[in-house]
Design a protein around this ligand. Structure first.
Ligand SMILES: *[C@@H]1O[C@H](CO)[C@@H](O)[C@H](O)[C@H]1NC(C)=O
Ligand SMILES: *[C@@H]1O[C@H](CO)[C@@H](O)[C@H](O)[C@H]1NC(C)=O
Length: 370
């Protein structure tokens, strides 16, 4: 017998359900749209950083060279582990930095690298990258660096003073200084085959890394250094994201740069301590003077008491989100950096002078005003 199942017939549209839903959507839009607009106007940068995984692609990944080191292992064994061979004598090493105001980190850097370096080449401008006249912090405190005096090659870069609110790109003034550095290196006596370290003052290669590169044959002509990144002091380790420092086997075509130059990066090669200043005044100087001065969105960003609180909490000075290219990494890195109690595997010059540099060690987050 044939059965008819009325339920199988097409159902009429259930309009009664749709209306309240439409209303709900409308009400939600009415609330969400104005809040979003207010949010985007007030926190535009934050919103765009949060959405970075949607609009930006991560830079091409590096090819990481494994890095071998342990105390007392012979140079011959270390070179061999990297696929290189031991030289009969070490290469000369030139350490070239464009200096701003990091005098304490500079002292730690130079004391750390002193035995390995032929010349410390340091270029210091009399204006900031943002075109503001600036004291010659190195020249003023030169006596402090007497321990390295015979290796220092220093010059002053005559910067341009820009009118307030000028729209000139700070990165352009920065690139002029890199050109001047090429000349200074030649005057310092660099020649083909020497090792040249190109980095910011606060990007410090570890001594064993420098020794490896000067004692081994077969080292690639250009190599980025992966550095452990710290913020404010060695109490706040961030990650291993620092890659801009490079080591070159110098040739007449080598040009001073601080950007991506090759795909090769040597793992775990030293320390990058950002904003590792002794005084709050130095924080304010750096915040207004360096290439990202546009991140100072509000005047109270420069309040000493605000900065002090942020340093001790391991928070962000510019109230920004981490620069990450996937939501997973972004969310993992959001919020404060947890304080570390480890002062192991830090520069020997820091541990040796722990009292003098206690603001860079665990428990030392309180800063003097000036
Ligand atoms: C390292 O080598 C030195 C000199 O050869 C030796 O005196 C010292 O005991 C060694 N240290 C370790 C940890 O093996
Ligand atoms: C920077 O130095 C140059 C050369 O010594 C000088 O002409 C210029 O006036 C200086 N600028 C400032 C802002 O001090």
């Amino acid at each position: 017998m044939l059965m008819v199942y009325p339920r199988m017939a097409p159902r009429p549209l259930r309009l009664s359900f749709r209306r309240p839903r439409l209303q709900l959507v409308f009400i939600i839009l009415l609330i969400v749209v104005p809040i979003s607009i207010i949010g985007i106007v007030n926190h535009g940068q934050k919103v765009s950083y949060f959405l970075r995984p949607l609009w930006d692609r991560s830079p091409e990944p590096f090819q990481k060279l494994p890095h071998y080191y342990a105390e007392n292992v012979s140079m011959g064994q270390l070179c061999m582990l990297h696929g290189w061979s031991l030289r009969s004598e070490p290469r000369r090493v030139f350490d070239a930095i464009i200096f701003s105001n990091e005098v304490d980190i500079l002292e730690i850097r130079w004391r750390e690298l002193l035995p390995y370096i032929t010349k410390f080449v340091i270029l210091e401008a009399n204006t900031t990258f943002t075109g503001i006249p600036k004291p010659l912090y190195f020249a003023k405190s030169r006596r402090r660096f007497a321990f390295a005096e015979e290796k220092i090659v220093h010059d002053v870069f005559p910067g341009r003073v820009l009118p307030y609110g000028s729209h000139e790109d700070p990165f352009e003034l920065e690139s002029d200084q890199r050109v001047a550095m090429n000349g200074l290196l030649r005057r310092a006596g660099i020649s083909a085959g020497d090792v040249l370290i190109m980095s910011d003052t606060d990007e410090i290669p570890s001594p064993h890394t420098v020794k490896l590169l000067q004692w081994c044959d077969g080292v690639p002509p250009v190599l980025h250094l992966e550095l452990k990144h710290y913020l404010y002091s060695f109490e706040f380790p961030v990650d291993y994201s620092s890659w801009r420092a490079t080591v070159h086997i110098y040739s007449p075509w080598t040009r001073y740069r601080h950007s991506r130059q090759t795909d090769l990066i040597l793992a775990d090669s030293g320390w990058h301590c950002s904003f590792c200043f002794r005084t709050l005044q130095e924080f304010v100087f750096k915040m207004t003077a360096y290439s990202h001065a546009d991140r100072v969105k509000r005047k109270d960003f420069l309040d000493y008491s605000r900065i002090q609180k942020i340093i001790c909490r391991g928070d962000d000075l510019f109230d920004m989100l981490p620069e990450e290219y996937s939501f997973k990494e972004l969310i993992k890195k959001m919020g404060s950096i947890p304080a570390s109690a480890s002062a192991v595997h830090l520069p020997a010059s820091l541990v040796e002078n722990a009292e003098k540099f206690k603001f860079l060690l665990p428990g030392g987050c309180n800063r003097a005003a000036e």
